[in-house]
Ligand binder design. Structure first.
Ligand code: DGJ
Length: 703
């Protein structure tokens, strides 16, 4: 590696994003790298807030340092990012700095070597153009002669200075309750989120925001891990007024073995900053995800109808067609047949793996059925769960060895199914072959990829010592390979990511899918809370959402059809209700909402989104500003908090908008009411909720 020193050897390396700077320097006489500054441009000039007296008592200087990435050995007490066990059991690494490569302002590589083991560790930094995101990851290369067991192999660590403890915001829940927004103040001790489910899971999103609890409306720092497998994020409150966040993979086998000559890249950790608190931070993430979508951002996300909630496993051509005809009449553009279309799939027990259309469901043939759907003017989409296999399937009878299993141990069924070992090349080829056959053999333009069970009994008998397999990374690589294949080979097919709702949503998936399904819970008030949390981390153009008939799983209070349409329109609108039972009035209202959404979806998917209020307030909304600010769309909901407003004493709830030009005038296109920007910023947009009027989609045009 070329050694390029900073111009001023005492000064830091600077990485500049659109509005922020991240400054790194060597610490400990060159034994590790540490953070000097992270904030708005210019924040690097002046003494670092992370500087300390350098006097440490009972701990080492490295334990107190704002280390960027540091091995156990150098940092024995307060948390290391890399723990490596040698064959004899010794665990420490002690680094020497062996070079840097600096692409000024844009990218940086810092290399450290542990001479006795020969392990070379390179810290990688890359800015993402057009965003305020810095990507960090670590490369490990075993240039020694003995296998090394990586027990902890995080991607990166970041340190945030705080004066009043750290205010942590995280997204947590369970199946059907994903993305609940939670906060806690960490003044001492450790906070940890993790998943060993071979997927991010429903319990926590691999995403964390950090603020100073003493300034909770102040700057916000965020991290998000790009990894579809096991993961953890830890935050340690450090005694001297800082919180140190570490994130990375969690090896299934307890350690990843790096053989002599072997190399490994950790997943990337996206690091984001905004001076404008959580609200600003969400927009940094949204912009980053628009960039992740690349060219496909500009592909119109069609209004879909999905028949799962209407017909469940009882897929049958005539009923599906009846639904499609009604949906087409409402202005829907795409019809998706969910689970239940293939042989043996009468309930949860069978069929997975045997991906052939069930002739009993489509007596005139599958292509005839698709042709009839298309004749209504709708495109056609299909659900698959490529990693899943039913014990009763033909696939299982033919390939019992393709399933994760441990010799002599029972196989646990989750949702009556097992999981294919997608890390195996032959399984990947089977999945690719199956999807190619479906997508080339039939007129399919949309694929929903679901996954409904985590791996249990995760083993691959006969493949060598179990401790050396790294099955989690192999599964992730197989999953991403198939998704990449879909993009290359079937670029016209829109892909929806799903894992029993929102169980696998992170940047690796988002970079390879067009939309994701955030939760199986489509009940109005529950969904409002889910989407509110989701939009903190993820962009509206990724958020598939349906209008359904479902009452609340956690809150059974009903909401109007308008509420449900405005809620689904806050992302990518779909309908999942049983339209056969809708009245003519409901259908007419739905037609109006679909048309209205189509008018505004460009602003919703490409604009800057701001979260207004919270589901715990009487009013809650999302403001979307078109690029340039000429058009603003506000989706607003009455949360049902019975606080009297607006009935007694008769005043409207107000949602204060943000980011508008105070001197400009804005006209509500529906009512003609004109507001000054100053009024909307100061008093807010009035929303006169009543028992029947509980949602609005307001369009404001700048005059
Ligand atoms: C779980 C998904 O989240 C649902 O939308 C639906 O596709 C079912 N699986 C089908 O089994």
């Amino acid at each position: 590696m070329t050694t390029v020193r900073p111009q001023d050897p005492a000064g830091p390396w600077l990485l500049r994003t659109e509005h922020t700077v991240y400054a790194v320097r060597l610490g400990g006489e060159g034994r590790w790298a540490e953070l000097a500054a992270w904030g708005p441009h210019g924040a690097e000039t002046g003494p670092s807030p992370l500087d300390r007296s350098r006097r440490t008592h009972f701990i080492t200087p490295a334990d107190a340092a704002p280390a960027e990435y540091i091995p156990y050995g150098l940092r024995p007490f307060t948390g290391a990012d890399l723990t490596v066990r040698r064959p004899g059991g010794e665990r420490g690494l002690w680094w020497a700095f062996t070079g840097a490569h600096y692409d000024e302002g844009i990218a940086l590589r810092l290399e450290f070597t542990d001479r006795p083991t020969g392990l070379r560790t390179t810290l990688r930094y890359a800015t993402v153009p057009g965003t305020d995101v810095l990507l960090r990851w670590t490369e490990l290369h075993n240039a020694g002669t003995e296998p090394l067991h990586l027990e902890r192999l995080d991607s990166a660590g970041v340190t945030v200075p705080v004066q009043g403890g750290a205010r942590l915001t995280y997204l947590a829940g369970q199946w059907s309750q994903e993305f609940g927004r939670h906060q806690l103040d960490l003044t001492r001790g450790r906070f940890e989120m993790a998943s060993t489910q071979g997927a991010p899971g429903h319990a926590y999103a691999p995403w964390l925001a950090v603020q100073d609890a003493a300034d909770a409306d102040g700057p916000a720092y965020g991290v998000a891990l790009e990894w579809s497998g096991n993961w953890h994020i830890t935050a340690d409150a450090e005694p001297g007024g800082a919180v140190r966040v570490r994130a990375g993979r969690v090896p299934h086998e307890g350690a990843v073995v790096l053989q002599p000559g072997g190399s490994l890249d950790t997943p990337r950790l996206a690091c984001a900053f905004s001076p404008e608190g959580l609200d600003g931070l969400s927009r940094v993430w949204h912009r980053y995800e628009r960039r992740l979508a690349g060219e496909r951002l500009h592909r119109t996300r069609k209004v879909l109808y999905n028949s799962w909630e209407a017909t469940g496993f009882g897929v049958e051509a005539d009923a599906q067609l009846e639904l499609a005809v009604i949906a087409a009449g409402l202005g829907v553009e795409l019809f998706v047949v969910d689970d239940g279309w293939f042989t043996g799939r009468h309930d949860e027990k069978g069929g997975l793996g045997d991906w052939r259309p069930d002739p009993a469901a489509f007596p005139a043939g599958f292509d005839d059925f698709i042709g009839k759907i298309r004749a209504t003017g709708l495109e056609f989409g299909l659900w698959v769960e490529p990693e899943a296999i039913s014990p009763a399937s033909r696939l299982y009878a033919e390939h019992p060895d393709w399933v994760y299993r441990i010799e002599g141990r029972p196989a646990t069924l989750v949702r009556e199914q097992l999981l294919l070992d997608l890390g195996r090349n032959d399984v990947q080829e089977f999945v690719i072959g199956t999807l190619d056959r479906l997508l080339t053999g039939h007129d399919i333009s949309y694929l929903k990829w679901d996954m409904n069970r985590p791996p249990t009994e995760r083993g691959r008998p006969g493949a060598g010592p179990a401790g050396e397999l790294d099955l989690d990374a192999a599964h992730v690589a197989g999953y991403l390979r198939v998704l990449d294949h879909l993009r290359d080979r079937h670029p016209q097919v829109t892909v929806e990511g799903c894992a029993g709702g929102g169980g696998r949503i992170e940047h690796a998936t988002l970079a390879r899918t067009d939309v994701v399904w955030s939760s199986d819970n489509t009940a109005p008030l529950d969904r409002l809370a889910i989407q509110y949390g989701y939009l903190h981390a993820h962009a509206p153009h990724t958020m598939s959402s349906w209008v359904t008939d479902a009452p609340g799983v956690f809150d059974p209070r009903p909401r109007s059809l308008a509420f449900r349409f405005v809620l689904a329109a806050a992302g990518v609108l779909g309908i999942g209700a049983d339209l056969r039972h809708w009245t003519a009035e409901q259908r007419a209202e739905a037609t109006g909402w679909v048309a209205r959404y189509k008018q505004e979806r460009d602003v919703i998917h490409h604009g800057e989104a701001r979260l207004l209020g919270t589901p715990a307030d009487a009013g809650c909304g999302v403001q979307y500003d078109a690029p340039g600010g000429d058009r603003t769309v506000v989706a607003a909901w009455s949360t049902g908090r019975l606080d009297g407003a607006p009935l007694v004493p008769g005043r409207a709830v107000r949602l204060r908008l943000r980011g508008l030009d105070p001197g400009a005038r804005y006209r509500d296109t529906a009512t003609g009411t004109e507001y000054s920007g100053a009024h909307l910023l100061h008093y807010g947009l009035p929303l006169a909720w009543t028992a029947d009027h509980d949602a609005e989609l307001v369009t404001l045009v700048r005059q």
